[in-house]
Design a protein around this ligand. Structure first.
Ligand code: F0G
Length: 457
């Protein structure tokens, strides 16, 4: 088989500023060993997130010039609405400035004290918006989803038995909706099968409870369904996506992922009453319903991006470039969540640094060393991000200590990925010399964004 090449040519480039190890040691020190506090110009390969970091196509950029900036009834809104409706089948399409704005509107309406929202795994902003409304966010991930080295096709699936007994226990009055995140970002970027989506929807509906999809990475999920679920091998990603959405009553979407834009999102639903309430909130917090916190040009770029993202040559390259990086490092013994997900590699920091206990933040140690060795920026998804304290101030760690290297869409080439593999392998060879970190300053919520660290030497 021939090399799977990038299915694009490059017309516009941005320089990467190279630095030395000594310079990066100083950069780390000045940023308090927190990758969120490093200036982007000091990063050589930025794998902090795949969100809002896509390279847009020439057609998207021409859509930017073509965008209609009318306050009401913009032509770009109607193109956006038509594209989203054709893709998802939902009746009401409400633009918002990013995914969490959709979450905020949805859960301000359906959330509240005494309510529970189950999911396979809520993303942290989803959880935060549910909790801010007074409701409880519940993750129902099967045990298999939490075993990094266990290879299975659909480790993002929701636990159907747990869902059924949860709904039986709480009853429909306490559960305003059931949610499923595709792909399961916090669970390692793992896909959810069509069978699981269909069954979760059936269970929710059997209790009269609406079913919503967090659709950020719907196209990557649909492509995994095509590759791994036999009945779908001959179906197009567009058809598969349409079927996924057909089981749902609505979705939240961060267009910063699979709509290939730098900003944007939407909330969609079939329920007309819910849509009226959502639009009323939208007008207060985001904007008039035909622009909702976005410029007309953004709506144009989203519509174009949604058409491009279901292209299977693109998805083949996308999924392959992540898998290619995974193969290179697995073959040398680097422990990662297997099989790799659609948008990122997740290093298993517990296995990478078994000598560093959770309260010394092994993931943070790996993040800092990847930057020191090669200027690669990644992010800890473990005790720094999700750790809580008990009444005595002792850390309660989450089940996994991971380091995420998220691959921006259409930004880096194969040689960049080769370089990243070299940096990971050099870090792995030096693992016996790595030490943990302690937190010297932190905020009470979402502390990973601003916390200051000091190395333990
Ligand atoms: N849901 C999922 C599954 C996400 O991954 C994100 C964002 C959101 C919702 C919120 O969307 O950022 O547009 O408000 N994830 C980014 C990440 C931040 O790095 O994984 P947003």
């Amino acid at each position: 088989m021939k090399t799977i090449i990038e299915p694009f040519k490059i017309k516009s480039v941005e320089p990467i500023r190279f630095s030395t190890v000594a310079q990066r040691e100083e950069i780390l020190r000045r940023a308090w060993y927190n990758p969120f506090l490093i200036h982007a110009d000091d990063v050589m390969i930025d794998l902090l997130t795949d969100s809002g970091t896509s390279a847009m196509s020439a057609k998207q950029w021409s859509g930017i010039m073509d965008g209609d900036e009318s306050y009401a009834g913009s032509r770009s809104f109607y193109r956006f609405e038509r594209t989203v409706r054709e893709l998802t089948g939902f009746t009401h399409i409400i633009p918002v400035h990013q995914g969490r704005a959709a979450e905020k509107i949805l859960f301000s309406i359906v959330g509240g004290r005494g309510k529970w929202i189950p999911s396979n795994t809520h993303f942290d902003t989803t959880r935060a918006n549910i909790e801010a409304s007074g409701a409880e966010a519940v993750d129902l991930l099967p045990a298999a989803g939490m075993q990094p080295r266990l290879r299975a096709d659909f480790k993002g699936n929701i636990d159907l038995e747990a869902l059924e007994s949860f709904l039986r226990d709480k009853g429909p009055a306490a559960v305003p909706l059931v949610m499923i995140t595709v792909t399961n970002n916090s669970g390692g970027g793992q896909p959810v099968s069509m069978a699981n989506i269909r069954e979760a929807s059936r269970i929710a509906h059997s209790y009269g409870i609406p079913f919503f999809i967090d659709a950020c990475r719907f196209a990557e999920n649909a492509y995994f369904i095509k590759l791994r679920e036999k009945a779908y091998a001959g179906r197009s990603v567009q058809e598969i996506s349409r079927e996924m959405f057909s089981y749902a009553d609505g979705c939240t979407m961060s267009a910063k992922k699979d709509a290939l834009v730098n900003m944007g999102g939407f909330l969609a639903m079939n329920d007309g009453d819910l849509a009226v309430r959502a639009r009323n909130l939208l007008i207060v917090t985001e904007g008039f319903p035909t622009y909702g916190g976005l410029a007309g040009r953004d709506l144009e770029a989203i519509a174009q991006g949604l058409e491009e993202v279901v292209d299977e040559d693109y998805l083949k390259y996308r999924v392959r470039s992540v898998e290619y990086l995974a193969e290179k490092i697995i073959s040398k013994g680097v422990p990662i969540v297997e099989p790799p997900g659609g948008h990122a590699i997740y290093i298993d920091a517990k296995a990478f640094l078994p000598e560093v206990p959770p309260h010394e933040y092994p993931g943070q140690a790996v993040v800092c060393e990847l930057f020191r060795v090669g200027g690669v920026r990644s992010v800890e998804i473990g005790s720094v991000m999700f750790g809580k304290y008990d009444a005595h101030g002792i850390l309660i760690p989450p089940p996994m200590e991971l380091v995420r290297l998220a691959i921006p869409r259409r930004v880096y080439t194969q040689s960049h990925i080769d370089y990243v593999a070299e940096v990971i392998l050099e870090t792995f060879e030096r693992r016996n010399q790595l030490r943990g970190y302690r937190i010297i300053e932190e905020s009470p919520v979402l502390r990973h964004f601003t916390a200051k660290f000091a190395p333990l030497h």
